[in-house]
Design a protein around this ligand. Structure first.
Ligand code: NAD
Ligand code: TYD
Length: 334
C-alpha cells in the first residue's frame, strides 16, 4: 500500500511505520510538523519520504495525499499536562488539522484512519468502556480528541468517506518522549532524581505495548468496517504507584526516591478499555505489562544517544515549570 502517516515522527506513529515496512513493505509518506515530540531520529533506518508541515496546512496536505491509498492520522499534541497549561495547539491540531485532512481525503475518496484515545470516554470506576460508551472527556487534550472523532464520524455519515477510528489505551515502549509517566520515571530513576507521583498515586491506567497498538491499527486498517470505531486496550491495568515501584526495582533504586506532588487538576482516576470488537477481527495483545516494562527500561538504558539531547534541551525548562517548585530542595533534574 501507499500510506500517508501523519505524525509519523512521533512515538506511536514511528512504531507503526517501522512495523508496516517490516511486515508489509508499504510505501510510506510521513507528514509531520516536527514539534518538540516529533523527532527525525525516530525514522532512522526507515525508507520514508518526510514532509515537514502541519496537518492544518491545506497545501502541504494536498501534495502529501497525491497517489495515496490510505491516510493514518497520528498527528496530535499528546500531553494532558501541557493541554492544561496551554490548550491552543491542541485545538488547532485536533480540530482544524483533522478537518483539513478529512476535506482532502473526501476530495480523493481515500480510506482514512483516525488514531484516538480511551481518554475520550473519561474516567470509569468499575468495568470497561465499549465503543458505544458516551464520550465524557475531562481535559482539553481529551476534549479536542473527542471533537476530532466526532468530525471524522460526520464525514462518514454525511459524505460516505470510508473512515475508521482506533482508540488506544495508555501506550509505553521505546522512543516515548520523557514527559509521559513511564519514560519520565525511568530516566529520573537512572539519574537518581526524584520521582514525582501525582496525588495518592492510586490512579489506574490500562497499559498497552506500543507494537501491540501498531499491530491493532494495522488490523483495523485492513479489516475494519468503514464508519466504525475500534477500541484497542492493553492486557493489564496497574495503579501508577505500582508502575513507579516496578521501575524502581528494575533500575536498582529504592522507594525513597518517590515524591508525592500536587495532583493534576481534573485527574481521571481510572481508564479501562474493552477490546472485543478488534479481537473479533483477529487482533490480540502479545506483550504483558511486566515484560514490556522490562524491555522498555532496557531500551532506555541502551539508547542514551536518543534521550540525552532531549533531557539536556528544552525539556529541562518544561520540567522546571511543571515540577520545579514542588520537588524538595528545588532541584528538578540532575
Ligand atoms: P507523540 O507526541 O509522540 O507524537 C505526536 C506526533 O505528531 C509528533 O511527531 C509531532 O511532531 C506530530 N504533530 C503534532 N502536531 C502536528 C501537526 N499540527 N501537524 C503534523 N504533525 C504534528 O504522540 P504519540 O504518543 O505517538 O501519539 C500518537 C497518537 O496516538 C495521538 O493522536 C494520540 O492522541 C494517540 N494516542 C496516544 C496514546 C499514548 O499513550 N501515547 C494512547 C492512545 C492514543
Ligand atoms: P501520562 O503519562 O501523562 O498519561 P495520561 O495522563 O494520558 O494517562 O500519565 C499517566 C498517569 O501517571 C496519570 O495518572 C498521571 C500520572 N503521572 C504522575 O503521577 N506523575 C507524572 O510525573 C506524570 C507525567 C504522570
Amino acid at each position: 500500500m501507499r500510506l500517508l502517516v501523519c505524525g509519523g515522527a512521533g512515538f506511536i506513529g514511528s512504531a507503526f511505520v517501522r512495523l508496516r515496512q517490516a511486515d508489509h513493505g508499504d510505501e510510506v509518506v510521513v507528514l509531520d510538523k516536527l514539534t518538540y515530540a516529533g523527532r527525525r531520529e525516530n525514522l532512522e533506518g526507515l525508507d520514508v519520504r518526510l514532509i515537514e508541515a502541519g496537518i492544518e496546512d491545506p497545501h502541504a496536505v494536498a501534495s502529501a495525499m497525491e497517489g495515496i491509498d490510505a491516510v493514518v492520522n497520528f498527528a496530535a499534541e499528546t500531553h494532558v499536562d501541557r493541554s492544561i497549561t496551554a490548550p491552543d495547539a491542541f485545538v488547532t491540531t485536533h480540530a482544524v488539522g483533522t478537518w483539513v485532512l478529512l476535506e482532502e481525503a473526501r476530495r480523493r475518496g481515500v480510506r482514512y484512519v483516525q488514531i484516538s484515545t480511551d481518554e475520550v470516554y473519561g474516567s470509569i470506576e468499575d468495568g470497561s468502556f465499549t465503543e458505544s460508551s458516551p464520550l465524557q472527556p475531562s481535559s482539553p487534550y481529551s476534549a479536542t480528541k473527542a471533537g476530532a472523532d466526532l468530525l471524522v464520524a460526520s464525514y462518514h455519515h454525511t459524505y460516505a468517506l470510508p473512515t475508521l477510528i482506533c482508540r488506544g489505551s495508555n501506550n509505553y515502549g521505546p522512543r516515548q518522549y520523557p514527559e509521559k509517566l513511564i519514560p519520565l520515571m525511568i530516566l529520573n530513576a537512572l539519574h537518581g532524581d526524584r520521582l514525582p507521583v501525582y496525588g495518592d498515586g492510586m490512579q489506574v491506567r490500562n497499559w498497552l505495548y506500543v507494537d501491540d497498538f501498531a499491530r491493532g491499527i494495522g488490523t483495523v486498517l485492513a479489516h475494519g468496517t468503514p464508519g466504525e470505531t475500534y477500541n484497542v486496550g492493553g492486557p493489564d491495568e496497574c495503579p501508577n504507584l505500582e508502575v513507579v515501584q516496578r521501575i524502581i526495582q528494575l533500575t536498582g533504586n529504592d522507594d525513597s526516591l518517590i515524591e508525592y506532588v500536587t495532583d493534576r487538576p481534573g485527574h481521571d482516576r481510572r481508564y479501562s478499555l474493552g477490546s472485543e470488537k478488534v479481537r473479533a477481527l483477529g487482533w490480540e495483545a502479545q506483550v504483558r505489562f511486566l515484560d514490556g516494562l522490562q524491555q522498555t527500561v532496557r531500551w532506555y538504558r541502551d539508547h542514551r544517544a536518543w534521550w540525552e539531547p532531549i533531557r539536556s534541551g528544552d525539556y529541562r525548562e518544561y520540567y522546571r515549570r511543571q515540577y520545579g517548585t514542588q520537588i524538595k530542595g528545588g532541584r528538578a533534574l540532575s
